[in-house]
Design a protein around this ligand. Structure first.
Ligand SMILES: [Fe+2]
Length: 290
């Protein structure tokens, strides 16, 4: 009975979301650019450019997503990252076809690395998504780290993808009792596996509300999504609402910095939003000489 009511709620939210996407200007893609300068960035990665996507939610930008593909290609990225939430409700039917076509086209531009988000966590066909995406050449990172070189360079960057094992319920939330310590321990374990003297680290982690934890664990550069830009802009620039942050959320868009950690929150491309533009993040790394 509970499962049925959740499915009905999902269907209602879907219809509402699709209606909002039809509002004038709602599908204009904007670019938000960042340059990160650090002496921890290896010399071989000076000028390294990449794109970050988030919260695609199987949205369409023109026929076969041609406008989205053109927008990504125009950024001339060396790699493309995604901070999770590819699907709306499940990986099936029309949405699965949209996503297969999209990742096929993205992979023709550059290597694609992705984590999963809370929407994948609750999906019935999550395993099929992982299988199809992997077959199409997407590297899905689930609580693991890999090293990235640049044209065979000796210097490497570390790319970590976090995907908490609790992401299996519709309302997986930090507010749920017992979740906080579990995430903390899980992410701490992922970081423990890294060498003490680790290279500059890029982290994909869907949830921006965990910023304090990312800082505590000493991550360098974290990309997240999940907030969809806070649903609606209020007078004065604050945003109205974000999942798992509630009213007047803190982490909705832009960059947040504390100690050695910078977290960039993408407004994402899809998901419910009113007057908040779909967004692609374009980044360039710059080696800071010591
Ligand atoms: Fe999302």
């Amino acid at each position: 009975m509970k499962e049925t009511s959740i499915k009905i709620l999902r269907a209602v939210l879907d219809v509402g979301e699709r209606a909002l996407e039809k509002l004038p200007g709602a599908d204009w893609i904007t670019f938000r650019g960042y340059r990160f300068e650090s002496e921890r960035i290896p010399a071989a990665f000076d000028g390294f450019r990449f794109v970050v996507l988030a919260d695609v939610h199987a949205r369409l930008f023109g026929t076969k997503n041609a406008r989205l593909i053109r927008a990504i290609r125009n950024c001339r990225p060396e790699i493309i990252l995604c901070a999770g939430d590819w699907i709306r409700t499940d990986y099936s039917g029309h949405d699965a076809a949209i996503l297969r076509e999209l990742v096929t086209d993205i992979r023709e531009i550059a290597p694609l690395y992705s984590i999963l988000g809370n929407h994948e966590g609750r999906a019935d066909h999550k395993d099929e998504l992982i299988r199809d995406f992997t077959d199409l050449g997407v590297r899905i990172l689930q609580d693991e780290s890999i090293q990235i070189d640049r044209e065979g360079s000796k210097d490497r960057l570390l790319l970590t993808g976090l995907y908490p094992s609790y992401e299996n319920s519709f309302y997986g939330s930090l507010r749920e009792s017992g979740i906080g310590p579990r995430i903390r321990e899980e992410y701490r374990n992922v970081m423990r596996e890294l060498p003490e003297e680790r290279p500059f680290q890029i982290v994909l982690s869907h949830r921006p509300e965990l910023f304090e934890l990312y800082t505590e664990l000493g991550m360098d550069l974290v990309f997240s999504g999940h907030a969809h830009g806070g649903l609606l802009k209020l007078p004065g620039g604050r945003r109205l609402l974000a999942p798992d942050q509630g009213l007047l959320p803190t982490y909705t868009h832009g960059a947040y910095q504390k100690e050695r950690t910078t977290m960039v929150v993408s407004q994402g491309l899809g998901g419910p939003r009113i007057g908040i533009r779909p967004e692609i993040i374009v980044c360039e790394l710059k080696r800071k000489e010591q």
